[in-house]
Design a protein around this ligand. Structure first.
Ligand code: PMP
Length: 358
C-alpha cells in the first residue's frame, strides 16, 4: 500500500505518472530504447522536451516574449545566477526577506553586489508576508526579488507587488498551484521537485528583454543568454527529471489545469486550517492572510506531543509531517499531487489525536 506522503520535497507524485514511468522505463513508446538512454540532441528526447515546454506554456499562459527552459543545479544555483546576470554594477538589487529561502537567496546576492533589503520579517519571526506599502524599493534598483511561498515557514504571497523595476520570484513550492499573471514578472523560476516532478531540473521562465540588461563576461553556464539560445540544452540536461516533469504537466492539463489545481489547493488547505482554527490544541504560528496552501505549519501544546504525533502518524502510513529541522513543530505539505483522500485521512487523524491527548 502506498503511504500518504506529506513530505516538503522531494514529494508526492501522481500515481499514474509513476505507473507510466514504470511501464515505459525500458521501452519508450515502442522506440526500443529508454528515454534515459537516448541522446539529448534531436530524436525522441527533444520531441518530448519540446512538448513539455509547450504544455508548460499553455498551462501558465506564458507570453511569447518569454523564454521557457529547464536547467540543472536546483533552485539554489539561481540564487547565484540571478545576481551574477542582473545585479548591475554600481546599482543595487532589492530583496524581500520572508523566511529561510529568500534569506539564502539574499545572502548569495550580497557576495556578488550591493543589496537593499526591501523588507525583513525577522522581528516577527517570518510569520507574515509584507503589505505592498511596507516595501522599500529604490526606483533605480536592478530588480526586486521575492520567494512566492516559503516552504519552511509556511507563508505565501497572495498578491504580488506592483513595481516599476523587474520582479523576480522563486516559485519552487507553489508553481502550478494557481493561475499567475506571468507578464507581471521578469523572471519566475524554481526547483521542480515539489509540484512538477522528481528532483533534478529547475524551470526558468524569463522575459527575453532581461537578457539585454545582463552583466557581461559571465562563464558559459552562468549566462542566461546562452541558455536562452540553446533552450536549456547547452550541456546535458537532467533527462530523467524532465521526462517525468512532462508526464506531470500532462497530468495537470488532464485534471483541468491550474484553475483546477487552485480549487484543489483551496479545498485541501482549508480542511486542515479549519481544524487548527477550531481547536486550542493545534496552533498556527502564521498570520491568517499569509498562510501557505502548500505547506501548513502547526504546533501542539508541547514538543513531547509533537513527537508522539509524528510517531503515531507514521503508524497510520502518513509520512513527512515533521517540521523543518530549523524551526521544529509540524508541517503538512499538500502539493498538487496529494490526493484529497489523504488530506481527509490527515484531518481525521488530527481530530482523533486531539480527542486522545487534548
Ligand atoms: N526555494 C524554495 C522555496 C525551496 O523550497 C527550495 C527547496 N526546498 C529551494 C529554493 C532550494 O531548492 P533546491 O534544493 O532545488 O536547490
Amino acid at each position: 500500500m502506498r503511504k500518504k506522503n506529506f513530505f516538503a520535497g522531494p514529494s508526492v507524485l501522481p500515481l499514474e505518472v509513476l505507473e507510466k514511468i514504470r511501464d515505459q522505463i525500458v521501452d519508450y513508446e515502442g522506440e526500443g530504447l529508454s528515454m534515459i538512454e537516448a541522446s539529448h540532441r534531436g530524436g525522441m528526447f527533444e520531441k518530448m522536451y519540446d512538448e513539455a515546454l509547450s504544455t508548460f506554456r499553455r498551462l501558465l499562459d506564458i507570453p511569447d516574449d518569454y523564454d521557457v527552459y529547464f536547467l540543472g543545479g536546483g533552485a539554489t544555483l539561481q540564487f547565484t545566477m540571478i545576481p551574477q546576470n542582473f545585479l548591475i554594477k554600481g546599482k543595487k538589487a532589492s530583496y524581500v526577506k520572508t523566511g529561510s529561502w529568500s534569506n539564502k537567496a539574499e545572502k548569495d546576492a550580497e557576495k556578488i553586489g550591493d543589496v537593499e533589503i526591501a523588507w525583513d520579517g525577522k522581528d516577527i519571526n517570518y510569520t507574515r508576508i509584507p503589505k505592498p506599502e511596507e516595501l522599500k524599493v529604490s526606483p533605480d534598483s536592478s530588480y526586486l526579488y521575492l520567494c512566492a511561498n516559503e516552504t519552511i515557514g509556511g507563508i505565501e504571497w497572495r498578491n504580488f507587488p506592483s513595481v516599476s523595476i523587474p520582479l523576480i520570484a522563486d516559485m519552487s513550492s507553489d508553481i502550478l498551484s494557481r493561475p499567475v499573471d506571468v507578464s507581471r514578472f521578469a523572471m519566475i523560476y524554481g526547483g521542480v521537485q515539489k509540484n512538477m516532478g522528481p528532483a533534478g531540473a529547475t524551470f526558468i521562465i524569463m522575459k527575453k528583454d532581461m537578457l539585454e540588461k545582463r552583466n557581461e563576461n559571465l562563464t558559459a553556464y552562468m549566462d542566461y543568454a546562452l541558455h536562452s539560445k540553446e533552450k536549456g540544452l547547452y550541456n546535458t540536461p537532467p533527462v530523467f527529471s524532465i521526462w517525468a516533469v512532462k508526464l506531470v504537466l500532462d497530468w495537470v492539463e488532464k485534471m483541468g489545469g491550474v484553475k483546477k489545481m487552485d480549487e484543489r489547493a483551496e479545498a485541501k488547505s482549508s480542511l486542515i486550517y479549519s481544524i487548527i482554527d477550531s481547536s486550542d490544541f493545534f496552533t498556527s504560528p502564521v498570520e491568517k492572510e499569509s498562510r501557505s496552501r502548500m505547506n501548513i505549519v502547526f504546533r501542539l501544546p508541547s514538543e513531547e506531543l509533537e513527537a508522539r504525533f509524528i510517531e503515531e502518524s507514521k503508524k497510520e502510513g502518513m509520512l513527512g509531517l515533521k517540521g523543518h529541522r530549523s524551526v521544529g513543530g509540524l508541517r503538512a505539505s499538500l502539493y498538487n499531487a496529494c490526493p484529497m483522500e489523504d488530506v481527509e485521512a490527515l484531518a481525521a487523524f488530527m481530530k482523533e489525536f486531539e480527542r486522545k491527548n487534548g
